[in-house]
Design a protein around this ligand. Structure first.
Ligand code: ADP
Ligand code: MG
Length: 238
């Protein structure tokens, strides 16, 4: 099933082309990486999928319906976490549910459940400044996943973390992705790191710059570390 489709999407900013004739589909069950150099239009493309950037021409659809405004089936994770420093972990995670009109008790229950799932048990009442970078990004993941988005959109989510923290969090994410608890059906990850793209994704779309257009599509072959995902929990049981 196709979750999000872009057909012949172009975007100009003040007359300058940033994206040109982008065609892509994000399907249920897959992880797609958007790989490109800095300035190639990756963030603009991801924001277009999220419905936060309106294309200059072409069509963006969510489950077959042309998008008007924000895409209700997506949630984003940002490179710089984008947490509100004056709110606790739980309050940050609850924000999107609050915006959707979920009642306080239900909001709290779902936020706490997600905080535990993402490995932050015991930190619901902490403030972002009390957390390490890796933990802050866990909050970023919890805040997005608590919305149970059809598609999780991540913009260089590991770039601000040190190598080991990034590797840990990537591994945990992919193990969760393979588990029944994981409340999302597809992932689109923006990265400039080719290793990360190949590690995480089933398909890698390479974005060439000036303007951003898809210059290559790589289907990642099986039998790589990623294929241990889902088997992760079983391996522990073994
Ligand atoms: P990437 O994420 O690959 O680094 P971006 O999508 O952030 O690339 O940016 C691609 C190009 O579009 C850059 O030249 C950037 O300056 C320009 N750009 C992005 N957003 C805007 C905006 N809101 N207004 C004007 N130019 C923008
Ligand atoms: Mg970017």
């Amino acid at each position: 099933m196709t979750i999000v489709a872009l057909e012949h999407v172009s975007k100009n900013f003040t007359g300058l082309p940033v994206l040109a004739d982008i065609n892509l589909e994000l399907r249920a069950g897959e992880v797609v990486a958007l790989l490109g150099k800095s300035g190639s239009g990756k963030s603009t493309l991801l924001r277009t999928i999220a419905g936060l950037v309106e294309p200059s021409s072409g069509r963006v659809s969510y489950r077959g319906e042309e998008l008007r405004g924000a895409n209700p089936g997506t949630a984003m994770v940002f490179q710089s976490f984008a947490l509100l420093p004056w709110l606790t972990v739980r309050e940050n995670v609850e924000l999107g549910l609050q915006a959707r009109g979920v009642a306080p008790a239900e909001r709290r229950r779902r936020a706490e459940e997600m905080i535990d799932l993402i490995g932050l048990d015991g930190f619901a009442g902490a403030y972002p400044k009390e957390l390490s970078g890796g933990m802050r990004q866990r909050v970023g993941f919890a805040r997005a996943l608590v919305l149970e988005p059809d598609a999780l959109l991540m913009d260089e989510p590991f770039s601000a973390l040190d190598v080991l923290t990034a590797e840990n969090l990537r591994g945990e994410l992919m193990a969760l992705w393979g588990s029944a608890q994981f409340p999302t059906r597809a992932i689109c990850v923006v990265t400039h790191n080719i290793e990360e793209a190949v590690l995480l994704a089933d398909r890698v779309l390479v974005l060439g710059a000036n303007p951003g257009r898809i210059t290559a599509e790589i289907t990642v072959p099986l039998s790589r570390p990623r294929d241990r995902r889902g088997a992760g929990f079983l391996a522990v049981v073994d």
